[in-house]
Design a protein around this ligand. Structure first.
Ligand SMILES: [Zn+2]
Length: 144
């Protein structure tokens, strides 16, 4: 895949996940996978930790999985002041079987009464907003 270098999507990041953010901006959910040994590489790295390859594929992944972990924020932290009106809110780590169990963080959309580890979730992409500091955002919802 041709890759054009530009400023990193996430302030302070090293850019290994730039394609992730670009994909979200395009309304697509993609995760990196080694082009040689096919190992999923999430969180993103420049080099495959399994075989050492520098080649990656950014493959579409179904936004469907189970809650691996979650937490409820009861405080508007300095770096998340934009979400103050949402307090308390839940952040989920979802484990995705479509990417060999890669775990992806996102805020919970909808009611949080059914949130428990192991519960099925589906994801969607919120467009960039002030609440997400101008970045697109992965959101998870509990499947009833
Ligand atoms: Zn590899």
């Amino acid at each position: 895949m041709e890759y054009e270098f530009h400023a990193h999507r996430i302030t302070g990041g090293i850019g290994a996940d730039d394609r992730f953010w670009e994909s979200l901006e395009e309304g697509e959910f993609r995760l990196p996978r080694c082009a040689d040994c096919k190992q999923w590489m999430w969180p993103a790295h420049f080099r495959c930790g399994h075989c050492g390859s520098w080649e990656q594929l950014w493959e579409p992944v179904e936004m469907s999985g189970r809650i691996y972990s979650w937490t409820r924020a009861h405080y508007a932290f300095d770096r998340t002041k934009e979400r103050a009106e949402d307090v308390p809110y839940v952040v989920v780590v979802a484990e995705l079987p479509g990417a060999d169990g890669a775990r992806v963080v996102g805020a919970l959309a909808g009611p949080d009464s059914g949130v428990r580890c192991g519960v099925e979730v589906r994801g969607h992409i919120d467009p960039p907003s002030a609440k997400s500091k101008g970045y697109p955002a992965v959101r998870w919802s509990v499947v009833d």
